[in-house]
Design a protein around this ligand. Structure first.
Ligand SMILES: [Zn+2]
Length: 329
């Protein structure tokens, strides 16, 4: 195997990157590890650094590091993320106490209410109240247990929602392997008319599913191994949130799914859940159908961080906003 770190990332988790003049951090990009939700930085880089000289990698966000073999094994799901933050923190406890904010915690009822989701619907999908140990604060916080089933509705991989509004809101159960959310309904979705809609996270997937739309949730914007695309059929649309993360996700997926269409978030709602909260169910159906109809083919601009421009996204957002107002007035 003569693959470089960059080869492996381009093959298994392609994403834009920034080039630097320092060979020991020659490429900077959003972290590709499955349980690190790294956002792409404004300059096109991210927390993940590739040492092209030694063929090593390191993430300044989640503190993981390794070589080609470890990276390959993590990205194909054979190995766990070698998260070494806790080890490092143990050797410097004073820094830890001042730096780590306590987890927010959230209950299922609070989450359902804040997101306008039906509690019984969520219980029916296996969501449940649990507790999560906050090591920094040495206490348990309330958390929501969210099972990610496979296409047979089995083998749940567990994600915890540990906050409602905090920046830090999700954890994978130790040993769980991220997958798309909603796969247990995939057979049914693929028989429904209209595109299979990809959204960021399980809450938006639940909103769309509850309104009868075929949808799958992507667990973390930076995280989409190309093999996942094999499941999706040929009619796929991505709901793009109008921020750097949404843009990066669009770039990543456009490279993996050539026929991908883009649903641009209307200016009034960043995601389907927010849209649903702002209008009644019937109006939601109407607006979503129009957004789907107005979906455009993904721009094929790729990976040139310096030259990338949000112009296409903005233009289409105006279009989507026009549609939103047209329907809602
Ligand atoms: Zn990372």
């Amino acid at each position: 195997m003569t693959d470089t770190i960059l080869d492996i990332i381009q093959r298994l988790a392609p994403r834009p990157y920034r080039t630097t003049s320092n060979p020991r951090s020659m490429y900077m990009m959003a972290c590709p590890l499955p349980d690190h939700e790294d956002r792409q930085h404004r300059d096109g880089g991210g927390s993940f650094s590739v040492n092209a000289e030694a063929n090593l990698w390191r993430c300044y966000g989640c503190k993981a590091k390794g070589n080609t073999v470890t990276l390959n094994r993590i990205l194909i799901g054979e190995a766990l993320h070698p998260y070494n933050g806790p080890v490092q923190r143990r050797s410097a406890p004073k820094v830890r106490k001042t730096k780590l904010a306590p987890l927010e915690g959230v209950t299922l009822a609070a989450l359902a209410s804040a997101k306008g989701l039906d509690l019984d619907y969520l219980l029916g999908r296996g969501w449940a109240d649990t507790r999560y140990f906050d090591g920094a604060a040495s206490r348990y916080v309330p958390a929501v247990y969210i099972p990610y089933f496979d296409t047979f509705g089995r083998d749940p991989q567990i994600r915890y929602r540990i906050g409602l509004t905090a920046h830090d809101r999700f954890r994978w159960k130790f040993g769980s392997v991220p997958r798309l959310y909603g796969l247990e309904a995939l057979d049914r979705y693929l028989q429904q008319p209209g595109p299979l809609i990809l959204v960021e996270g399980e809450t938006d997937q639940a909103t769309l599913d509850a309104h009868g739309f075929p949808a799958l949730g992507i667990p973390g914007a930076g995280n989409f191994p190309p093999a996942w695309a094999d499941l999706l059929g040929s009619d796929v649309a991505l709901w793009v949130e109008a921020d750097a993360g949404g843009n990066a996700l669009m770039t990543t997926l456009a490279a993996i799914i050539p026929e991908l269409r883009i649903i641009h978030a209307p200016a009034t709602a960043k995601d389907p859940t927010e849209l649903a909260a702002k209008c009644g169910p019937l109006e939601f159906l109407g607006i979503l159908r129009q957004l789907i109809e107005a979906a455009t083919k993904a721009p094929t601009v790729l990976a040139r961080a310096h030259g990338s421009t949000p112009t296409p996204l903005r233009r289409s957002s105006h279009r989507a906003r026009a549609i939103y107002f047209q329907v809602s007035t």
